[in-house]
Design a binder for this molecule. Structure first.
Ligand SMILES: N[C@@H](CCC(=O)N[C@@H](CS)C(=O)NCC(=O)O)C(=O)O
Length: 216
């Protein structure tokens, strides 16, 4: 059984990137186990997750599903990891609670928009238009409140909020280009966070599919 932390996901996924960013920030070594078939209906492909979603994380006999749980496993593998992170549920002010809620929504909306418009190339409908509208409204809200949010986050902790926001904003040019120039605070945040070693070690890329087996 492996004693190395395994992150089961895709290097092209913003949820997977959130987990990888935290592993780098906390200096936790890991092996990435790529999921190649995003349309598979076999839970085994997703480390057993019956929701057929990624990422997951595995350490020894423990497997957890979902990016937040995977982040918890990463933190548990680091020295004092839990305490070094500011977790969404530690938000107490309405501003910070809403900031985490908006970020959670916009990360999920990005998956839905990419699946609907880019992967499935389905025509827009009222639901997809509303989803994209909510994505744009959330980005604008985050831009308008970013200064205040950063003032409220503890400066001496790794804010999961920042890792998720960075993973999301970098995913836009990769999968769903949006003009962010009217949102200068988000643009400045991406530029500053992009200097971090964790950001540079986790660039978005599509995992190459495994080579076809000659005997298959
Ligand atoms: N709540 C989950 C959401 C994960 C999620 O939506 N992952 C996307 C990939 S970035 C996925 O699995 N998409 C496949 C699908 O929805 O069928 C988390 O935080 O990890």
């Amino acid at each position: 059984m492996s004693t190395t932390l395994e992150i089961v996901g895709r290097r092209s996924s913003h949820y997977t990137r959130l987990v990888r960013l935290l592993a780098h920030e906390l200096d936790v070594p890991y092996a990435l186990r790529p999921i190649h078939d995003l349309l598979s209906e076999a839970p085994a492909v997703y480390a057993g997750n019956p929701a057929l979603k990624l990422p997951a994380a595995r350490l020894g006999e423990t497997t957890v599903w979902g990016s937040l749980n995977a982040c918890r496993l990463v933190a548990a593998a680091a020295n004092d990891g839990e305490a070094r992170v500011f977790w969404p549920e530690q938000a107490r002010s309405a501003l910070l609670m809403n900031a985490h809620e908006v970020l959670a929504h916009v990360m999920a909306a990005q998956v839905e928009v990419v699946f609907h418009e880019i992967v499935s190339r389905r025509p827009q409908d009222a639901t997809s238009r509303k989803r994209r509208a909510s994505l744009m409204l959330c980005l604008a809200w985050l831009d308008g409140h970013l200064y205040e949010i950063h003032g409220a986050l503890p400066a001496d902790r790794i804010a999961l909020f920042d890792l998720g926001l960075y993973a999301l904003l970098e995913h836009l040019p990769f999968r769903n280009p949006i003009d962010l120039s009217p949102m200068p605070n988000l643009v400045d945040f991406v530029a500053a966070f992009g200097e971090r070693a964790s950001a540079q070690a986790t660039l978005y890329v599509f995992d190459a599919p495994p080579p076809e087996r000659a005997d298959a």
